[in-house]
Design a binder for this molecule. Structure first.
Ligand code: TMP
Length: 397
């Protein structure tokens, strides 16, 4: 049974930055209720009503995975690690974005799946076979027509975006070679609870995974988890290594350890999620109070990183340009546009945060290390960052 534990109110589609905020654009903006549920049978945490993927993954998709140096390094390192460990003859990536992972493979040895046309074109131009489609049963059948099976199927920040996981995993099972491995990484529910990072919930994150939930789901498709890595990416992610149920792979010590840690943390109990919802409400109160206090003192506050995550925060906390003057972002196709729902202007990042800014809210808090290094001048002249994880606090030099 699915039980609701969190209501993050009306939210827009996080990827739909507005070109202008004229009446027509504002009137046409799409909103839905973002509520989060816990499945008491398989322990999966999901949005109660996912948005239609066709509304989200369009030819105007803004996110570029290669924007951050941290992510570029992470993808190149995992690509090498997987090739060394599993020696795949043929690989596939589901959700290849702008090719940040793919680029580390021989063009003849990997194919890509990417439903956003603007992104699929990037990897096609680079010479990689890219299916500009959603991953589902019909695409799996089409791919299987060439009779080849895949030794490695990799997917980062995509599987958790797909509403129908049974179809997704069944289709992976069919496409995978008998001893093939399916490796996927997505934000981790254990970290969300620990960090109080409720902003991991937005339209694209239809599910937030735990090992116990994923093990239950994979089993239904004749797959199993044999290894797991805990990652710092996206504020805490898990990389699951899965294979066919009857393959040679045996669950590692790490799998057993994480399972017992999750049970200790209460990831299988509804009460754990109810308690989290209370912490979320308190976080909202504290953030609004802090921003109002700074405003009363005449401080200039902006936000750093026009992230999808911060769209959840701004809309849930009702924070607009009255409290956050503008957002800085290094992604070209976000610049000059307005944030979804609360319509805060996005300006291009410069060498350093402008001199008149006193505080910068960390919309991209998961890149704190990289940002601190880049913005050392800001911190040295007394500029401060605000973060909401694990609770509202100010970060100074
Ligand atoms: P993400 O958390 O979804 O990967 O998005 C990160 C966003 O933050 C992306 O739009 C780029 C932006 N960003 C900056 O503008 N400056 C930075 O230094 C970093 C690390 C990210």
């Amino acid at each position: 049974m699915k039980k609701k534990f969190l209501n993050l109110l009306n939210q827009p589609i996080t990827n739909s930055y507005l070109k202008s905020i004229d009446k027509k654009n504002i009137k046409n903006e799409y909103f839905y209720n973002l509520s989060v549920t816990f499945n008491t049978k398989n322990f999966l945490v999901s949005l109660s009503k996912p948005v239609d993927p066709k509304k989200q993954y369009t030819d105007k998709y803004a996110h570029r995975a290669s924007q951050s140096l941290t992510m570029q390094k992470a993808f190149s390192s995992v690509a090498k690690k997987l090739q060394n460990r599993f020696k795949p003859k043929l690989s596939m990536e589901i959700g290849s974005n702008d090719g940040v992972f793919l680029k580390n493979f021989d063009k003849k040895k990997i194919v890509a799946v990417e439903p956003c046309l603007n992104l699929a074109r990037i990897t096609q131009k680079l010479g990689y076979k890219t299916y500009p489609k959603f991953w589902n049963k019909s695409l799996a059948n089409k791919i299987l027509k060439n009779k080849k099976k895949y030794d490695l199927i990799y997917s980062a920040n995509t599987i958790s975006h797909i509403p129908n996981l049974k179809e997704t995993f069944d289709s992976i099972y069919k496409t995978l070679s008998d001893e093939g491995v399916f490796v996927f990484e997505d934000p981790y529910m254990g970290s969300v609870l620990k960090m109080n990072s409720y902003d991991q919930f937005y339209d694209e994150h239809v599910h937030v995974f735990s090992l116990i939930a994923i093990s239950n789901l994979l089993k239904e498709s004749n797959l199993k988890v044999f290894d797991v890595d805990l990652l710092s990416t996206h504020g805490g992610s898990t990389r699951f290594y899965a294979s066919k149920f009857n393959s040679k792979y045996k669950p590692s010590k790490k799998v057993k350890k994480l399972k017992s840690r999750e049970i200790k943390q209460g990831l299988d109990k509804f009460l754990t999620y109810k308690k989290f919802a209370i912490r979320v409400k308190n976080s909202k109160k504290d953030l609004i109070n802090l921003l109002k206090k700074l405003k009363a003192k005449g401080k200039k506050v902006i936000s750093y990183g026009a992230t999808y995550k911060s769209a959840t925060i701004f809309n849930y906390c009702n924070i607009g340009s009255d409290l956050i003057e503008y957002v800085l972002d290094s992604t070209k196709n976000k610049q000059g546009k307005y944030t979804p729902g609360k319509h805060i202007l996005i300006k291009p990042s410069q060498d350093s945060i402008p001199k008149d800014v006193d505080y910068a809210f960390l919309g991209a808090w998961n890149f704190l290390k990289e940002i601190k290094k880049k913005e050392i001048k800001f911190l040295k002249r007394g500029g401060k960052f605000i973060t909401h994880v694990p609770k509202i606090k100010i970060i100074s030099f």
